[in-house]
Design a protein around this ligand. Structure first.
Ligand code: THU
Length: 129
């Protein structure tokens, strides 16, 4: 696992805006341009308008010209798993193939590594259009 990827995810976690759930999440993607992009969850008083950390990291990548996700890390502070939500799995799928590794981490360090194919089998992707 890329230590820089973990560092960026942990730094993003510190910026999470999660006053409603108090469930802070930090994510980082390593992109095909060699760069790493972080994102945190940003909640809203109008609850459904909040966005996930993974979504924020993907948006940062796209804004900077990254085209593909090569590896990803997701971290939280608590005991809950950081397995990405269904919507984020689909957003990751837009920029990643089934072999891309997604590392989940807690305060104690590495928890679990999945491939996108494990998290989202039989996925619908851009090639289906
Ligand atoms: N959250 C993420 O940022 N990523 C996930 O993969 C799961 C959930 C956020 C959304 C919300 O701000 C909080 O965690 C609780 O659901």
């Amino acid at each position: 696992m890329d230590q820089q990827l973990v560092d960026v995810a942990r730094n993003a976690l510190e910026h999470a805006h999660a006053p409603y759930s108090r469930f802070q999440v930090g994510a980082a993607v390593r992109a095909d341009n060699g760069r790493i992009y972080g994102g945190c969850n940003v909640e809203n008083a109008s609850y459904p308008e909040g966005i996930c950390a993974e979504t924020a990291a993907i948006a940062a990548m796209v804004l900077d010209g990254g085209k593909r996700i090569l590896e990803m890390a997701i971290t939280t502070k608590g005991a809950e798993t950081t397995s990405p939500c269904g919507g984020c799995r689909q957003r990751i799928r837009e920029f990643a193939g089934p072999d891309v590794k997604i590392h989940t981490l807690g305060p104690e360090g590495h928890r679990q590594t999945y491939t996108l194919g494990q998290l989202l089998p039989f996925a619908f992707g851009p090639e289906h259009l």
